[in-house]
Design a protein around this ligand. Structure first.
Ligand code: PSU
Ligand code: MN
Length: 309
């Protein structure tokens, strides 16, 4: 990748890990600033980092601050970010704008993939990716996350995509864009709070080794783009489809009444669903991202051997 490295800055922990060729796992921050309320956002961000360290990998939480893309944040910086209210939600298009303005920005899945790639980090753990919104045939609201998955070489560990989206169309677009969708321990594509969206993943894998091997094979062939690992929420934390479906439908209806568009749609729906489920969706969200951190750290450790080999 050819780009100006002056725009990147690293935390000491990440620099140290890189000098030792230790496995590093990228983490996004839009989930902190726009995906969860305070204080659960900061608690979750720290707990995910903790899980990754317990596996012997190093977390690199990513944001944009002071005209730099920052790879790795201290606990204090994460706490500050979580309490700031006017943070820019930065996807690919917003990265140069945030860098020039010097304002603080959190990174979406798309922007975190880009930053990870620039920093030579191959594994990224998130909650759920953005996708094709319901009614996209009218609104054209399709997350830039999908395009990024078609271009940028990072393994993205997720719990699938939320049922606020049109999962069927999201999978169709991922297929068109050539993105391998790997069900982790399942044939089915999970839908965030629930383990089965009703649609198949492209392929089932059961081990970190399989994921690492597929990534290595894809990129060895010069087939650029990400790999989407779809790791279902643990059974005990998953919600009943009937519990969540009504809340999602109501949230989407409210977003229409309030005329929510563009990058405000996803944060609005996440907050509305949380309100309508009386916090149940938030508990599920925390459980699934922690689970993804466990799986992602294991994948990062195995993939690191391919990078060194
Ligand atoms: N899905 C979630 N929680 C989130 C997001 C998605 O369950 O916090 C965030 C991610 O950062 C994702 C972004 O990349 O929302 C997608 O936003 P949009 O739909 O505007 O592309
Ligand atoms: Mn959108």
């Amino acid at each position: 990748m050819n780009f100006n490295r002056d725009y990147l800055t690293y935390s000491e922990e990440v620099l140290q890990a890189m000098s030792e060729q230790a496995p590093v796992v990228a983490l996004e921050t839009t989930i902190v600033t726009h995906g969860m309320p305070y204080p659960q956002n900061v608690q979750t961000a720290l707990s995910v980092e903790h899980i990754i360290r317990n596996h012997g990998a190093v977390p690199a939480t990513i944001c944009i601050r002071n005209h730099k893309i920052q790879i790795g944040m201290t606990e204090k910086e994460i706490e500050q970010l979580a309490q700031t209210t006017d943070v820019i939600k930065a996807s690919r298009r917003d990265i140069p704008i945030a860098l020039v303005s010097g304002k603080t920005a959190s990174t979406t899945v798309a922007a975190t993939m880009l930053a990870a790639r620039m920093a030579n980090i191959s594994v990224f753990v998130t909650g759920g990716i953005g996708g094709v919104h319901r009614g996209a045939e009218q609104t054209m609201d399709i997350s830039a996350d999908l395009q990024e998955l078609s271009k940028t070489n990072v393994i993205v560990v997720s719990a699938g995509a939320k049922a606020i989206l049109d999962i069927e169309l999201t999978l169709e677009v991922l297929e068109t864009l050539g993105v391998p969708v790997l069900g982790y321990g399942t044939e089915r594509f999970p839908a965030f709070y629930i383990r089965d969206s009703g649609f198949d993943a492209a392929f089932r894998v059961d081990t970190p080794e399989e994921v690492a091997r597929i990534a290595d094979t894809k990129w060895s062939l010069g087939l650029d783009g990400g790999i989407l690992v779809a790791n279902p929420i643990p059974e005990h934390a998953s919600l009943q489809p009937e519990d969540i479906q009504q809340s999602i439908d109501a949230a989407i209806a409210q977003s229409k009444v309030h005329g929510i568009t563009g990058k405000n749609v996803t944060p609005y729906l996440l907050a509305a669903v949380e309100r309508l489920t009386e916090g149940k969706s938030l508990q599920a969200n925390i459980a699934l991202i922690e689970h993804n951190a466990n799986v992602g750290a294991q994948i990062a450790k195995v993939y690191q051997q391919y990078r060194q080999g």
